[in-house]
Unconditional design. Structure first.
Length: 213
C-alpha cells in the first residue's frame, strides 16, 4: 500500500496527542533501538541521552563520510550533527534496517539532516526520501537542520530507507533512528503504510528527557 501524503485531521490530532507520550514508550523499548550516526568514524554512547550510536557499517555499503565545515562545529550540539554520510554515486542509496521485532509492527523512524556546508559549496542539495517503495518527502532544508519523522508499519523484516538523487545535488544524511512502538497504542495502518509528521506539540510538559529530539 503506497504511503499517502495527505494526513486526515484525525490523524494529525492523533499524532499531536501521542507526541507527549512518545518519550515514555521509546524509553521502554531501549533494548530494541537502532541509532545510526551517519558518517561517524566509530561507535559511541551519547553522554546526554545515554543512547549508543552505531556507524554506517552493516547498514549500508555505499557512500562516503565527511565532517561538516569546521567553523560550524559546535561541541554543545548533538554529536551526530558534526558529520554526514553523502552519496556521490548512484541514483538510489538505501540503508537496510533489521529491527529485531520483525514485520507487521509499528516503528517510529526519524531521518535527520544537517548540511553544515560539508562540501564547501554553500549549496545545500535537494533530493528525495523513500521508505521501501513509499515516497516520503523531498528533502530541501537549505542551510538549516531538519528531520523527517514517520510512524511506519513494515510488511517485511527489513526496512529500506533510501535517498534518491534527482539531479539537484548529492544526497546526504546526518542520523537515522528507529524505535519499535506498542502496536496496541500506535497502530499506523496495514503493512507498508504509515503516518508522516506534520507538526509536533509538547502538551503540558515543562521538559523532556530528549528535549526537542
Amino acid at each position: 500500500m503506497a504511503m499517502e501524503r495527505s494526513i486526515t485531521a484525525f490523524s494529525i490530532a492523533l499524532l499531536a496527542s501521542l507526541a507527549s507520550t512518545l518519550v515514555i514508550v521509546v524509553q521502554a523499548q531501549r533494548p530494541g533501538f537502532i541509532s545510526i550516526d551517519c558518517g561517524a568514524p566509530s561507535e559511541y554512547t551519547d553522554e546526554i541521552f545515554d543512547i549508543t550510536y552505531k556507524m554506517d557499517d552493516g547498514f549500508i555499503s555505499s557512500g562516503k563520510n565527511m565532517e561538516i565545515a569546521q567553523e560550524l562545529m559546535d561541541p554543545t550540539t548533538i554529536k551526530y550533527l558534526n558529520n554526514v554520510r553523502f552519496f556521490p554515486d548512484g541514483t538510489r542509496n538505501c540503508y537496510t534496517l533489521r529491527p529485531n521485532l520483525g514485520k507487521n509492527r509499528t516503528y517510529y523512524i526519524r531521518a535527520a539532516f544537517w548540511y553544515g556546508n560539508y562540501d564547501g559549496k554553500n549549496q545545500p542539495p535537494i533530493f528525495r526520501l523513500y521508505i521501501d517503495v513509499n515516497y516520503i518527502t523531498t528533502v530541501d532544508y537549505n542551510a538549516y537542520y531538519g528531520s523527517e519523522e514517520i510512524m511506519y508499519v513494515s510488511n517485511e523484516d527489513d526496512i529500506q530507507v533510501c535517498l534518491v538523487n534527482i539531479g539537484t545535488g548529492v544526497p546526504y544524511i546526518s542520523a537515522l533512528e528507529l524505535r519499535a512502538l506498542d502496536n496496541d497504542i500506535y497502530r499506523a495502518g496495514s503493512g507498508g503504510s504509515g503516518l508522516i509528521r506534520s507538526w509536533r506539540f509538547d502538551l503540558g510538559q515543562s521538559s523532556t528527557i530528549y528535549g526537542d529530539r
